[in-house]
Design a protein around this ligand. Structure first.
Ligand code: C2G
Length: 129
């Protein structure tokens, strides 16, 4: 079984998130999403609208997603890849190059971000409704 992993906050889920999950899953047979906890979001200077539990519940309902585990720190990726037996690490290309060090452990793939949508854009657009 070819196992894929990806990381993120996935707040206010939108089609850009779905597209990265769809394309990540297409790289193998099993997709693990490592979901930023509310505490780790604070470290990333992000404030998610939905709690970790609700973001996890939403992700687990998506047909491309097989497993959701917490992301607590920047430096858990190697351990995750080893403990989850990962073959492919996938991120959007806004992260291009940031995780190349993982190539010692698995294939690293950066996929094009989906244009014209983001959680920030949704929040900004709703401000003026
Ligand atoms: N994404 C995308 N297209 C968008 C928006 C997001 O392809 N329009 C992708 C991002 O590139 C990322 C994933 O969706 O691969 C999740 O995005 P975020 O929830 O913003 O995650 P981020 O804050 O980038 O967290 O340790 C890594 C971090 O946890 C990544």
């Amino acid at each position: 079984m070819k196992k894929v992993i990806t990381y993120g906050t996935f707040d206010l889920l939108h089609w850009g998130h779905i597209r990265i999950l769809e394309r990540a899953k297409a790289q193998g047979d099993h997709l693990t999403v490592v979901l930023s906890t509310d505490e780790f979001n604070a470290i990333k200077h992000k404030h998610a609208y939905h709690s970790y539990e609700h973001r996890k519940y939403i992700l687990e309902s998506i047909k491309y997603v097989d497993k959701v585990i917490p992301e607590n720190t920047w430096d858990q990726k190697i351990r995750d890849i080893l403990t989850e037996n990962i073959d492919v690490f996938v991120m959007g290309d806004d992260w291009e190059g940031e995780f190349d060090f993982l190539e010692d452990y698995c294939k690293v793939l950066y996929l094009p971000r989906t244009e014209n949508i983001s959680t920030t854009k949704i929040k900004d657009d709703l401000k003026y409704v």
